[in-house]
Design a protein around this ligand. Structure first.
Ligand code: DX5
Ligand code: ZN
Length: 220
């Protein structure tokens, strides 16, 4: 099943619980949670306590995107706070296999993420062991940027590798996706679509999520 993962980054944090409820009612399967440390990316967002406080109000899959250096140091905190998937950047750690093992040993799904300039070959060795591959279509750090279309080729490449090798990861796209380009994005073969400003930043969040999901489902 193809999925929508609205990004909390674009939410109004004063009414976060209410807004998360709207996307869940609309049918979003994942909640994308962008954790930034101000070092790996030039911005600071929030840490584990923020989504921990939402865990009891939501049944969505918590899809945590770590934009932090040395992610392995904090994996346990993120899992304890309620993450179902922990995605870390291959560019952010020395031994990705150790991070993957650590995440899996804590009983949750491991995801590996690549920035726009990082080729698929940089993660080829880890594809067998991850449940999700996150392909960034903007430079990580901020919402509301324009999608870099060339990055979509990596999704098609990852789909081909999955078929050839019999791997099972989901492929997720993150950055600059909205109603204006969602079809182009789906054509790449992606499984999970992150949308920040296009959904959580919309005037009618529930409608925006439903409109995106209607199109996403056409590609099931
Ligand atoms: C950017 C984050 C994204 C961001 C997407 O570093 O990883 O998840 O929230 O926001 P939009 O959809 O507005 O590009
Ligand atoms: Zn993200």
């Amino acid at each position: 099943m193809k999925k929508l993962s609205p990004s909390m980054l674009a939410a109004d944090f004063g009414i976060l619980r209410e807004q998360i409820g709207l996307i869940e009612e609309a049918g979003a399967q994942y909640l994308h949670i962008d954790v930034m440390d101000g070092v790996f990316v030039p911005n600071i967002s929030f840490g584990a306590p923020v989504y921990k406080s939402l865990r009891k109000y939501s049944n969505m899959t918590f899809d945590v995107h770590l934009m932090i250096t040395e992610p392995e140091r904090y994996v346990e905190d993120f899992v304890k706070a309620g993450a179902d998937i922990v995605n870390f950047h291959v560019e952010a750690c020395e031994n990705p296999e150790d991070s993957i093992e650590k995440i899996k040993s804590l009983g949750v799904r491991a995801g590996i993420t690549i920035k726009p300039n990082t080729p698929v070959s940089a993660i080829e060795d880890y594809l067998r062991d991850v449940s999700l591959v996150l392909v960034m279509t903007v430079e990580p750090g901020f919402g509301g940027q324009k999608l870099i279309p060339e990055c979509l080729d990596k999704i098609t490449e990852l789909k081909k590798i999955r078929e050839e090798k019999g791997y099972s990861y989901e492929i997720e796209v993150d950055g600059g996706v909205g109603l204006g380009n969602i079809r182009q994005v789906m054509e790449s073969g992606v499984d999970v679509v992150v949308a920040g400003s296009a959904v959580m930043g919309a005037a009618d969040i529930k409608k925006a999520a439903k409109d995106m999901l209607d199109i996403i489902r056409e590609y099931d």
